[in-house]
Ligand binder design. Structure first.
Ligand code: ZN
Length: 187
């Protein structure tokens, strides 16, 4: 289909709540193809529809490495139905070119979604794997939440954003995550 322009931090649709997909129609399968084409063109691990300006609950992920065959996973109307553990790791986002910062995530997630054929599936990702973190990152995009909202250290994140000429942190968007903090303190 087409490689689309990826919106950068500061653009409005990145902060909007996306709508459920009612039917996996041709419009949706075309959208998924555009997401995959754009993600692969940018060497990304995941891409959510709001990042190309479409506020629908759809994202794609591919955690295969360069020497492996492609392994795209399509998530439509995803819901994280279980989460546990906590991990801190560096994260980036195609909407924040070059900017990486440490964020808090759950280690394990179970997610339920529809695939490209409109069939429901459940998948699990554990041990703070790239897939586990990517699912949380992309799922957040559907609610207008960005990875910087989960940052470990707002001063570090602030200086990273500044360094890459991105807009500043939005203090009112920073998340309180007592459950994650507790887990991190216990370990
Ligand atoms: Zn992102």
């Amino acid at each position: 289909m087409a490689v689309r322009k990826v919106l950068k931090y500061g653009e409005k649709s990145l902060r909007e709540k996306s709508k459920e997909v009612h039917k996996v129609s041709r419009k949706i399968t075309d959208l998924v193809q555009d997401l995959l084409d754009t993600m692969y063109a940018q060497n990304g691990v995941g891409l959510a529809a709001p990042q190309i300006g479409v506020n629908l609950r759809v994202f794609v992920i591919d955690v295969s490495s360069n020497d492996e065959p492609l392994r795209p996973i399509v998530f439509i109307n995803p819901k994280i139905i279980k989460k546990s553990g906590a991990i801190v790791s560096e994260e980036g986002c195609l909407s924040f070119p070059e900017a990486y910062t440490k964020v808090k995530r759950y280690k394990n997630v179970m997610v339920k979604a529809l695939d490209i054929h409109g069939h429901s599936f459940v998948t699990e990702a554990n041990d703070g794997s790239l897939l586990a973190r990517a699912i949380q990152h992309e799922n957040d995009h559907l609610d207008g939440i960005l990875f910087i909202d989960h940052c470990m250290n707002r001063f570090d994140t602030e200086s990273t954003l500044e360094k890459f000429n991105l807009p500043p942190l939005e203090a009112d968007k920073l998340l309180e995550e007592p459950e994650l903090e507790q887990e991190l303190n216990d370990n």
